[in-house]
Design a protein around this ligand. Structure first.
Ligand SMILES: [Zn+2]
Length: 85
């Protein structure tokens, strides 16, 4: 089994699964476009790029994006259970 660097736990604990490794690059499914094996994350810097949808950033931009997804999903769930009307 691959050892995932501590720096990449922000990705793995939010659903990104790394399938292979090439040097410092960890390759897994892209959470932005859902393409498998297209997200390349650098284990030393935490920077990522998706070779399918060209989404790129670092640990902070990923966590910010993820928090926004959670926020929107929560808002949707609340509006279903507690409609304004
Ligand atoms: Zn992508």
């Amino acid at each position: 089994m691959m050892t995932i660097p501590k720096k990449l736990e922000a990705f793995t604990c939010h659903g990104v699964e790394f399938e292979s490794q090439a040097g410092d690059e960890y390759i897994g499914g892209c959470p932005f476009c859902y393409k498998e094996r297209h997200l390349y994350v650098n284990g030393a810097t935490g920077r990522y790029i998706c070779h399918a949808c060209d989404e790129r950033g670092n640990v902070i931009t990923f966590l910010t994006w993820h928090a926004k997804q959670v926020h929107e999903a929560t808002a949707t769930a609340v509006s279903i259970h507690f409609p304004e009307t």
